[in-house]
Ligand binder design. Sequence first.
Ligand code: UDP
Ligand code: MG
Length: 141
Amino acid sequence: MTERTLAILKPDCVKKNVAGQVIARIEEAGFTILGMKMIRLTKETAGGFYAVHRERPFFGELVEFMSSGKCVPIALEKENAVADFRKLIGATDPKEADAGTIRKDFASSKGENIVHGSDSVENGRSEIGFFFSERELISNR
Ligand code: UDP
Ligand code: MG
């Protein structure tokens, strides 16, 4: 099944100047980029995006981090996109991530872990809608 998923290059990725390298890995893994932009989240928009985690102990830190610099949300499409992207990025904590994954190679901690990936097709759809309007998603090359 062709699926869509949302990636976000987080502020640590942009600050470390590895956005290009991470995008290259995404392209090499066969994902089609439907939409991409650079934005700075406010605390309010970061908290809205991660609302599902608002009761978790790390929520405040997560909101601070995600609003601490520029992010690059990227709408992706591919066969089996959701699971394949989670596999490409690796476990949340880079210490637990498999060798060769994006988080293993670029992330410094469980909080500052370089990239977001949607965890289901349904969440992928709503997360893409959080950042992109329908006309910003361009599927023909
Ligand atoms: N996070 C954190 N501490 C934790 C768990 C998560 O700082 O103990 C942050 C981390 O940036 C993670 C994000 O919150 O990427 C969302 O957590 P989730 O469990 O959804 O991990 P993900 O789906 O990003 O792997
Ligand atoms: Mg998650």
